[in-house]
Design a protein around this ligand. Structure first.
Ligand code: 8YV
Length: 327
C-alpha cells in the first residue's frame, strides 16, 4: 500500500508538499537540502521504492544499473528529464515521471521578462539608479530596442513555446517557430505563428529568438558557433530551457565581438557555473534558473509528483509517464 512505499526526496520541497508526502508515504526527507553527491544518490537508490529527484541529481545508466531491485519509480520534480537516463531506467522496468503543465505559464513569463529586460535595458537602468548615477534625463541616453512589430522566433513549440507565443501576440510581436512538426492549424491560427521547417532559415530572419525545446542529443549546442554567426547582429537571444542548447563559449565570443545585440539566460551549460565571458556585460541579463520559481508553481510541481506516485501506488498508469519515444 501507499503508506509502506519508501519515497526518498533528494532535496527540500515546499513545506506543504513534504507534509503531504509524510502523510501518504514512508517519506524520507533530505533535511540538509544540499544536493546529494553520487554516493548518497547511489545509497538512496538502494533503499527507495520511489526516488523523487530534481535537476541537481545526475541519474546516469551506471547509477540505474546499481539501483536496488525495489526501485520501481523515479518521480522527477521538474519537467525536463535530461538529467535522467530514461532509456536505461525504462529498460530496467523503472517508471519515470515528470511535472509538465504546471510550470508552463511561469516559464513563458520568464522568457518574456528576459526579452523585455534585455531590449529595454531594465537591469542596466536599475543599476544606474542603485549606484546613484542618474544625473538627468536626455533624449538619446539609454535607448533600447522597440519590441512592437518585431519578429520572434520560437525554437520548440511545446506547451511553453505556445504560452510564449500567446503572450507575444498580445504584445504586438509576430511569432515564427521551428519544431519537429507544425502544431495544428487551429493552434497556429490562435497564436498567429508561422512555421519554419528549416531552423537556419528562420534564425537568420528573426529579431528575437527564444529557446523552448528540451535538451537531447539532437539539440545539444543547437546554438553552435556556426549558427550564432548567421544571426542578424541586432538579434536578442533568450534561453529559459536548458543551458546545453547553447555553446556558451561561442556565445561569449559573439557577445565580445558584438555579433549579437543582447542575451538573456536563465539556464547554463555547466550550472551553476556561468562562462566568465558572459558576465559583466550591460546587454547580457543572467538569472539563476528561476523559470518555475514561484511559490504557487513549486507547490503544484510537488503535488504533481505526489499524484504520479499515488497513481502508481494504486496500480494505475501515472499521468506524467515519460517514455524514450517522447524524447
Ligand atoms: C526546475 C526545470 O527548477 O522543470 C524543469 O525542467 O528546469 C525547473 O522547473 C528544476 O528542474 C527542478 O528539478
Amino acid at each position: 500500500s501507499a503508506s509502506n512505499l519508501k519515497v526518498v526526496l533528494t532535496r527540500r520541497l515546499p513545506d506543504a508538499v513534504e507534509t503531504r508526502m509524510r502523510e501518504l508515504f514512508d517519506a524520507e526527507l533530505n533535511l540538509t537540502d544540499a544536493p546529494m553527491d553520487r554516493a548518497a544518490l547511489e545509497s538512496a537508490m538502494q533503499r527507495a521504492d520511489v526516488l523523487a529527484p530534481t535537476i541537481t541529481d545526475r541519474i546516469d545508466a551506471e547509477l540505474i544499473a546499481g539501483a536496488g531491485e525495489q526501485l520501481k519509480m523515479i518521480a522527477n520534480f521538474g519537467a525536463g528529464v535530461d538529467h535522467i537516463d530514461v532509456e536505461a531506467a525504462v529498460a530496467r522496468g523503472i517508471i519515470v515521471t515528470n511535472t509538465p503543465g504546471v510550470l508552463t505559464e511561469d516559464t513563458a513569463d520568464l522568457a518574456m521578462t528576459l526579452i523585455l529586460a534585455v531590449s529595454r535595458r531594465v537591469v542596466e537602468g536599475a543599476q544606474v539608479m542603485a549606484e546613484g548615477r542618474f544625473t538627468g534625463w536626455t533624449p538619446t541616453w539609454m535607448n533600447g530596442r522597440k519590441l512592437w512589430g518585431k519578429r520572434l522566433g520560437i525554437v520548440g513549440m511545446g506547451r511553453i513555446g505556445q504560452a510564449l507565443a500567446r503572450r507575444a501576440r498580445r504584445s504586438g510581436f509576430r511569432s515564427h517557430y521551428h519544431n519537429r512538426k507544425p502544431v495544428s492549424a487551429a493552434i497556429e491560427a490562435e497564436l498567429g505563428a508561422t512555421y519554419w521547417d528549416d531552423l537556419d532559415q528562420m534564425l537568420g530572419r528573426m529579431d528575437l529568438i527564444s529557446l523552448n525545446c528540451p535538451a537531447t542529443k539532437e539539440t545539444h549546442h543547437l546554438m553552435s558557433a556556426e549558427r550564432l554567426a548567421k544571426l542578424q547582429p541586432h538579434v536578442i537571444l533568450v534561453n529559459t530551457a536548458r543551458g546545453e542548447l547553447i555553446d556558451e563559449a561561442a556565445l561569449a565570443d559573439a557577445v565580445r565581438e558584438k555579433a549579437i545585440a543582447g542575451v538573456g539566460l536563465d539556464v547554463f551549460e555547466h550550472e551553476p557555473k556561468v562562462h566568465p565571458g558572459l558576465v559583466g556585460h550591460a546587454n547580457v541579463v543572467l538569472l539563476p534558473h528561476l523559470g518555475s520559481a514561484t511559490l504557487e508553481t513549486r507547490r503544484e510541481m510537488g503535488e504533481r509528483v505526489i499524484q504520479n506516485i499515488m497513481t502508481y501506488a494504486n496500480g494505475h498508469r501515472p499521468p506524467d509517464r515519460v517514455i524514450p519515444a517522447m524524447l
